[in-house]
Write a protein that binds this ligand. Structure first.
Ligand SMILES: [Zn+2]
Length: 305
């Protein structure tokens, strides 16, 4: 690498990085391999050249920045490589080397995509699937080979149910997207998040919680994620599906409280795992006066929002 600023576009860098990362993941003894360190240094170098205050950038560019920042943490980078290595190994066995391509990144709105023709199978995976186990990867490769799409979907759902980290990771990438999510956009049809925040702050934090830099409704209704908080950017998002007259105020207050707790406590790391819902978090969460009925309401109604 020269010391010059990188002049390639995010799309070109992404494409090249996918090739290098796959090659690095397959290197023998990859953790010790010089390739691994070289690729990591390249990522850090790219990270240093990124705009510090991203303004007026496309969603693609914002996701690219979030992805490179994510990878420039050695723990995350190793996790990505380990996951790639498992998958590539299994895909090589099941489909055969040279007969598929694999890309892992957070740019797709879907968790995974498989395109297959006679020559090649193109596989794209969302970074939030990084916690897949060796066994998941094996089943994943087998199901692609047999083109069992509904079973593949079931595998991903099972993975999501037992892997709480995936949600956090995918929310992290979702929340950096630009328009309209980078702006304060608190007014819904029935609820104004500005008021929800102020009331929640009064009731639960004695008015002492600083307002997140950005509060907004999610662009779309979501049936699994009621809210998210992006620690790096200080952006709090609430699921648009909760903006309805038949959703009680205490549910919004509780979801707001949950996300503000993330702001108050931050994210702890344990090895390569990012821990947001620590024991401390869960204890504090239960202190919400409507903890039980709010949880019950969400469990019962999330799918119907
Ligand atoms: Zn949470």
């Amino acid at each position: 690498m020269t010391e010059k600023r990188i002049s390639l576009s995010p799309a070109q860098i992404t494409e090249q990085l996918q090739v290098i990362m796959n090659k690095t993941a397959l290197a023998e003894n990859y953790q010790l391999e010089a390739e691994t360190v070289k690729t990591y240094n390249l990522i850090v170098h790219i990270e240093e050249g990124l705009p510090k205050e991203p303004k007026n950038l496309s969603n693609y560019y914002l996701l690219f920045i979030a992805w490179i920042r994510w990878l420039s943490d050695w723990n995350n980078y190793s996790l990505n490589l380990l996951h790639r290595r498992r998958l590539l190994g299994q895909l090589n066995q099941q489909i055969g080397a040279g007969k598929f391509t694999l890309e892992i990144y957070p740019f797709s709105s879907k968790l995974y995509g498989v395109k297959s023709d006679l020559r090649k199978t193109q596989i794209q995976l969302h970074e939030s699937l990084d916690y897949m186990t060796e066994n998941d990867c094996k089943r994943f490769a087998q199901l692609i080979k047999r083109q069992r799409w509904s079973d593949l979907k079931r595998l991903i759902v099972e993975y999501q149910e037992r892997t709480p980290q995936w949600k956090e990771l995918s929310a992290h990438f979702q929340s950096v997207k630009a328009n309209p999510t980078h702006r304060n956009q608190t007014r819904g049809r029935y609820y104004d998040l500005e008021q929800v925040f102020t009331a929640c702050n009064q009731h639960n934090f004695g008015g002492k919680m600083a307002r997140p830099k950005v509060i907004h409704w999610s662009p779309r209704v979501n049936h699994t994620t009621m809210g998210s908080y992006n620690t790096n950017e200080d952006i709090l998002m609430i699921n648009r599906g909760l903006d309805r007259p038949d959703v009680p105020g205490y549910v919004l207050d509780f979801v707001m409280y949950h996300e503000l707790l993330h702001k108050a406590l931050g994210v702890k790391t344990a090895g390569s795992r990012r821990m947001a819902h620590t024991k401390e978090f869960r204890d504090l969460e239960q202190r919400h006066p409507d903890y039980e009925r709010a949880q019950a309401f969400i469990q019962k109604n999330a799918k119907r929002l």
